[in-house]
Write a protein that binds this ligand. Structure first.
Ligand SMILES: [Zn+2]
Length: 197
């Protein structure tokens, strides 16, 4: 049986993360007294149901926390509800949320992101409210972006579209050359009956 309703079906949400976090996280990681120590921070973001994207703001909140190479205990809640995303670091090779993550932070925040130094974001989840007290959890795919680069990109696209739509104008010399080639081609075709390439 075949259905063609044109319905968009997507089984993940894109999390647009400002590129600046690559530098921030790298710097925190490098400057910890023990490079293997975990750490976490709170971010702010908004979910757009039309584009199925979460866009993360550039600021963050570093809560007081007690950490080891295998655990984090946040001693401080987010300062307000706008900090609705949590990001934490795992040691190299631990590319999945732990069962503790799944039962705690991954439920409490709108989104949860895993970071592995130097700059890998191997897993993320997004919780979409679907009824009172009920959220649907879907995988998140990290997409790094830079507001400056987005602005620059928009200009390039505009330029490309304009170039494509405008009829190309040939210089007089080029037009003459093309018309000469066409004449030569016609003569060659007439003399041989076919053209071999
Ligand atoms: Zn974890």
């Amino acid at each position: 049986m075949e259905f063609m309703t044109g319905m968009v079906v997507q089984d993940y949400v894109t999390i647009r993360l400002p590129f600046v976090f690559v530098e921030v996280l790298h710097s925190i990681w490098k400057n910890l007294s023990n490079e293997k120590q975990e750490f976490g921070l709170y971010l702010r973001g908004s979910f757009n149901p039309e584009t199925l994207e979460v866009t993360v703001e550039e600021d963050y909140y570093m809560p007081d926390q007690v950490t080891s190479p295998a655990s984090i205990k946040f001693s401080e809640a987010p300062p307000d509800q706008t900090y609705n995303i949590v990001l934490h670091r795992h040691p190299a090779g631990c590319k999945h949320f732990s069962s503790v993550d799944s039962e705690s932070i991954n439920k409490e925040f709108m989104a949860s992101i895993l970071f592995i130094p130097p700059f890998d974001f191997p897993q993320a989840v997004v919780n979409i409210p679907i009824a009172r007290g009920v959220k649907l959890q879907v995988p998140g795919a990290i997409s790094l972006f830079s507001a400056d680069a987005d602005g620059a990109l928009a200009r390039i696209e505009k330029h490309v579209v304009k170039t494509i739509l405008e009829r190309p104008t040939l210089s007089l010399a080029l037009r003459k050359q093309l018309s000469n080639s066409a004449e030569e081609f016609a003569e060659e075709f007439a003399s041989k009956g076919s053209i071999h390439t």
